[in-house]
Design a protein around this ligand. Structure first.
Ligand code: DQA
Length: 138
């Protein structure tokens, strides 16, 4: 089973960035433990700070992979293009967020991704990604 985690802008700074919100683990450290825990999954990871690169990756994997775990980060709240890409593909997308976006600023309450997603998991820290992964294993 091929599943990809796609991370949007600034998530390359996990472990350094606003640690009180996002924790002190780097994504690479977390991703390594996730891969070891789920050896039956062909798990890959892509991160970009560039909106179009995220859209290109969604299109590239979106007709052949079994699942996409997408944290579009700030583009969640702004990108009609990423929202449209999620609706255009066949692979189911689970939207994730590390923080509880509803407990934060108003502008984080709206998502362009959710309407096209199979489901949304947020607020559980990095565990949000693992819960999304488990949803594909059922
Ligand atoms: C985030 C929440 C977004 O509002 C924010 O812009 C991010 C990360 C999260 O995982 O909690 O960069 O998607």
């Amino acid at each position: 089973m091929k599943i990809i985690i796609i991370n949007g802008p600034n998530l390359n700074l996990l472990g350094k960035r606003e640690k009180n919100i996002y924790g002190d683990l780097t994504f690479e450290e977390f991703f390594q433990t996730l891969k070891e825990k789920y050896p039956q999954v062909e798990l890959s990871h892509f991160q970009s700070n560039v909106e179009g690169e995220l859209i290109n990756k969604i299109q590239e994997v979106g007709f052949s992979y079994e699942g996409i775990i997408l944290n579009a980060a700030a583009y969640t709240h702004t990108s009609v293009g990423i929202g449209d890409a999620v609706k255009a593909i066949e692979t189911p997308v689970v939207e994730v967020h590390i923080s509880n976006t509803f407990a934060r600023e108003e502008f984080r309450h709206h998502s362009h991704i959710s309407a096209g997603a199979r489901g949304v998991i947020l607020g559980f820290g990095l565990q949000s990604y693992e819960l999304a992964l488990q949803s594909f294993l059922k």
